[in-house]
Design a protein around this ligand. Structure first.
Ligand code: HEM
Length: 461
């Protein structure tokens, strides 16, 4: 049986590198030990990082009872509550995923396309010209508005006005690295009043729960007025025994969708703006493709454009927002790629390292969307949304948001980066984000050339 090597430095130092420089640390390990290696971070159980597509495939395709993942996510329980999909395993996870899936199916998601374009257009129309602003913040505002509308069904009214700043505040508390570490250290979870970090967090979360409870009760009392949003669909969902979701489940899952879907999409969009504005050839090709459709083209037609799709894929490849999938914990001993793992062994498919493999992505540090037009990647080679029974349930919505926000803004406005200095990835809570939020400048409105032809000019091979 093959042996797995691992980092020999002190667990405290490994933890330091994992927090301060995760990408550099992972790359150093892969060079020293190969694509399967052990890490031992102080305060965490030891785990094995894998990044070979075959290892990803074997982990993702094995019977879902072989691995648990929910119990490895305990750290975020304080945020998402006990009834979150993130924390579930086994039959409960399977049942809940079934209940949550309908609003995220391709056909349903398509019905949100026009709303996404409208929200992006209104937001961008309020940007000031010639004043640098951070793409990350601007994208957070847009994705928050989209989530409130699409997931909560809120776009106006008193509850919407109250909910918006509360949710922005909650997500900010979780996203800011220092505040987040305070929140997630059990020893610091002390309510010393409304001004202490934990006290603030608990009050904010409770007010959101109260507003959500009121919304749920109102919807239940007027079943006929149910809309197209995720909450309405969750209210009408029934499991195999005909049981609806409980109020506690509904509230925890709403917070789960919010935390899973907001920061991730906003960060991916900021990276996309960075690369497009940084690389004139990419921008030129993309605009040429977008301009090949009429101004009032069906958003779904826009979302199918091959070069736009390739730009989004390359953005998610080069710096995947989630650098690892959820850790998989073996429920019984298992063999993966010829390595033996005992019960309770923790395996972590590394999205970043898979995406950096030279054999799959030649010159992996180069942003080159064309690679996605030249070759079809399997779900074990390109996995920004993880895989198997835990694959991100919001991936269709996330991709649609990325494409339509980019298309709406780039065709209407002239933007430029506020600085030529390279933007580097840095840890932001559980994700990897641009270190400076990508400062950009709005130069003005863009006049759109008349479309030369109605067919997209780049064909997918
Ligand atoms: C660019 C945006 C996004 C990225 C990169 C992303 C990435 C991921 C990844 C890597 C996982 C773990 C998968 C695994 O371990 O195999 C995940 C899980 C999840 N994501 Fe996303 N996600 C994004 C957007 C969204 C959105 C918009 C939603 C919903 C509104 C969402 C909801 C979820 C949920 C509920 C899970 C847990 C699934 C489970 O435990 O079964 N995500 N996501």
């Amino acid at each position: 049986m093959k042996q797995i090597e691992g980092s020999k430095i002190l667990p405290a130092i490994q933890l330091y590198h994992w927090i301060m420089n995760p990408l550099g640390f992972l790359e150093e390990c892969v060079q020293k030990y190969g694509d399967t290696f052990n890490l031992n971070l102080l305060g965490f159980p030891p785990f094995t990082i894998v990044s070979h597509p075959q290892a990803n495939q074997e982990i993702f395709s094995v019977d879902s009872r072989q691995f648990d993942a929910g119990r490895g996510n305990g750290l975020i329980r304080v945020l998402v509550g006990d009834n979150s999909l993130f924390l579930m395993d086994g039959d409960r996870h399977k049942r809940e995923r079934k209940l949550l899936m309908p609003p995220f199916h391709g056909e349903k998601v398509k019905s949100y396309a026009q709303t996404i374009c409208d929200i992006a257009a209104v937001a961008a129309s309020q940007w000031q010209t010639r004043q640098p602003f951070k793409a990350q913040k601007a994208m957070q505002d847009i994705t928050l508005e989209i989530i409130l509308h699409v997931v909560f069904g809120l776009s106006e009214g008193e509850r919407y006005q109250k909910m918006k700043p509360l949710i922005a505040n909650l997500l900010d508390m979780v996203g800011a690295p220092l505040r987040a570490s305070v929140l997630f250290l059990p020893i610091l979870q002390q309510d010393w009043g409304a001004w202490s970090p934990w006290g603030q967090f608990v009050r904010c979360r409770q007010t959101i729960y109260d507003l959500l409870q009121a919304e749920i009760e109102e919807r239940r009392s007027q079943p006929d007025s149910n809309g197209n949003d995720v909450l309405s669909l969750m209210l009408s969902a029934r499991d195999e025994d005909g049981q609806p979701m409980t109020d506690a489940e509904l509230k925890d899952e709403m917070i789960t969708l919010l935390t899973a879907g907001h920061e991730t999409t906003a960060t991916s969009l900021s990276w996309a703006f960075y690369w497009i504005e940084k690389l004139p050839k990419v921008k030129e090709k993309l605009l040429q493709e977008l301009d090949s459709l009429p101004e009032n083209a069906d958003p779904l037609e826009v979302s199918r454009l091959p070069y736009l799709t390739a730009v989004c894929s390359e953005t998610l490849r080069i710096y995947p927002v989630a650098i690892i999938a959820f850790p998989r914990i073996a429920r019984s001993s298992v063999e993966i790629m010829g390595y033996h793992f005992d019960t309770e062994a923790m395996l972590v498919p590394c999205i970043y390292l898979t995406h950096q493999r030279e054999d799959l992505y030649p010159e992996p540090k180069k942003f080159r969307p064309e690679r996605f037009l030249e070759r079809q990647y399997t779900p074990n080679e390109f996995l920004p949304f993880g895989g198997g029974n835990r694959r991100c349930i919001g991936y269709v919505l996330a991709l649609l948001k990325m494409k339509l926000v980019l298309a709406t803004i780039l065709t209407k406005y002239e933007l430029t980066l506020a600085s030529d200095r390279p933007v580097v990835p840095r840890r932001r809570g559980g994700t990897i984000a641009p270190h400076n939020g990508v400062p950009i400048i709005l130069k003005g409105k863009r006049s759109r050339p008349q479309p030369a032809k109605t067919e997209p000019i780049f064909s997918q091979t």
